[in-house]
Design a protein around this ligand. Sequence first.
Ligand code: CA
Length: 368
Amino acid sequence: MKKKYERRSFLKKAAVGGAVAAASTTLAAPAIAASKVDIAIVATWGRDFPGLGTGAQRFADRLTEMSDGRFNVEYFAAGERVGAFDSFDEVASGNAQIYHAADYYWKGKHPGWAYFTSVPFGLTYTECNAWIRFGGGQALWDELADDYGLKNFLCGNTGVQMGGWFNKEINSASDLKGLKMRIPGLGGDVMAKLGASPVSLPGGQIYENLVSGAIDATEWVGPWNDEIMKFYEAAKYYYFPGMHEPGSALAAGCNKSWLTSLSNSDQVIIEAAAAMENDVMMAEYNAKNGAALARLVNEQGVIVKEFSDDTFDSFGEAADEVYAEVVQHSDLANRIHESMVKSRTEVGGWLNLGDAAYSRQRNRVLGL
Ligand code: CA
């Protein structure tokens, strides 16, 4: 308060001086006008797709608001400027400034990318935040992204995903043999080890492939998003939990040379807007999944089933085989894997007797 008062009294005094005050005001103005920033955002999501798409659009709007309109943000949903899976190259090349995507879509470029979305038997939302922000995850993400001219931030999360939609019961891993399933990331590699044929399709193409029989099964996200996709029209069995995506992080991937050309405060605005969306999107998924699951069961006759321990053990063995290959890929892939495992042990161990133990006891006592 004291400072404000002093400043006001200074301005009053300066006003008496007239010409001096006017000169300093005119000099300050051009510096502000010069800091307009054009930002094209390309996303891997359809326009207005709830959660993923609306979250990315909310991030874009927030950049405009937080900069008081200095950021001139243009948002392009999948297909509006480039195809969903071309958004990486669009930003790496500098044609656009930011992409909003799940980084595991780029695992063909380097398997390390998968870890910054979600990997089989990997981290939950809470564990992922701890790893990225305090467990060395961000430094490894930066090292990987730097090779492509990118700098990425956490910018949303779906939480633990459902295991997927099947047109028959999956009682053991042998029931997965021969299934053609839409499942991206390292989860797809785990399914391949068990004899399924994984395919990676952007969200907008899954329904038509499932209905036509081009694929037999699919995973997408969770009840809120999957209900909108109407997968129940072609597959009635809805399995949980998804070993393949225990807490899928979304990324704001920025062209690094563009980002670092901005003022420090503009860079912080982008980082802060991304962090806010990371929090808000997760809250929205958690708030809406439960009601959607009830509608799927009660209105659409969906049969919700839990993967058996036997099936999960097979997932675990297949995941071990996948990781044995991933760590051979490169020194960086190995270091990313080891860092994730360390956080999983330390943070996961704590949360098991923190959050998880509390939830088990609360739900037992209250019968939830
Ligand atoms: Ca998914």
